[in-house]
Ligand binder design. Structure first.
Ligand code: C5P
Length: 232
């Protein structure tokens, strides 16, 4: 699989347990996501190590700050050689514009945005003074990201169909909350199978525990990849 759609979420507390898992995977079968916990503990050295091992790395740090700071952080991520980086769309158009300018070369990482986190409900939004529904905000923020020429957004698999039709096929949709029928749902509330997610327009699937906690992670990844390929 030369262009793997699965991004394995490396939700591990340290480098040792991360590498134990990664050694069982293969860069032709998946990409990798590093988030705030692992990055805060293990830092850029681990990112470089995974990049050097041939993996496409999604640095999921959701930058949200003044435009200049976000632009500089994006450049630092690009210097690490990551494949994808993200910002928080609530940082607004000027912040996203600055991030886009910072990552404008042909070999720059993909720049995507998060919209409303799936952990936020209507009440959470109202508490911070946002009176629109989460669904309205997702559409609004994803449209803002597209207007600033970002490459895509992270969204729930339930939002992919409407976002693809609104924002076009080229706008990348990265979706977590993916489970096979016999997987534990863990703490995910709204899940979708890999086949359904891809068929509804997801470009990349972020999958953590179903792979990282599997008895044989590579075998599980291959099962998922075979399912995805069957509908491409
Ligand atoms: O283990 P699991 O497959 O549930 O992991 C999903 C990954 O996607 C985690 O890293 C989680 O933080 C991330 N994520 C999510 N839901 C969002 C945004 C990110 O599950 N709305």
């Amino acid at each position: 699989m030369p262009d793997p759609k699965v991004i394995v979420a490396l939700d591990f507390p340290d480098e040792t347990s991360t590498l134990q898992l990664v050694e069982q995977l293969h860069p032709e079968q998946c990409r990798l996501k590093i988030g705030k916990e692992l990055f805060t503990r293990s830092g850029p050295d681990l990112v470089r190590r995974l990049v050097d091992a041939g993996y496409d790395v999604f640095l999921d740090l959701k930058y949200h700050d003044i435009p200049n700071t976000v632009a500089k952080a994006c450049m630092a991520a690009a210097d690490l050689g990551v494949w994808m980086v993200n910002v928080h769309s609530l940082g607004g158009p000027s912040m996203m514009e600055a991030a886009r300018k910072a990552l404008s070369s042909d070999d720059a990482p993909l720049l995507i945005a998060v919209t409303i986190l799936t952990s936020s409900n209507e009440e959470d939004l109202q508490a911070v003074g946002i009176n629109n529904s989460p669904a309205e905000m997702v559409t609004r923020l994803a449209s803002l990201a597209k207007a600033q020429d970002l490459d895509g957004v992270v969204c729930s698999a339930r939002e992919t169909t409407s976002l693809k039709s609104l924002l076009g096929q080229e706008f990348k949709l990265v979706t977590p909350g993916i489970r096979l029928a016999d997987d534990s749902t863990d703490d995910q509330k709204r899940i979708m199978t890999p086949i359904d997610a891809v068929q509804s327009g997801a470009d990349y699937l972020v999958i953590g525990r179903p792979i990282t906690q599997a008895e044989n992670p590579l075998q599980k990844l291959k099962i998922i990849n075979a399912q995805i390929e069957s509908v491409l």
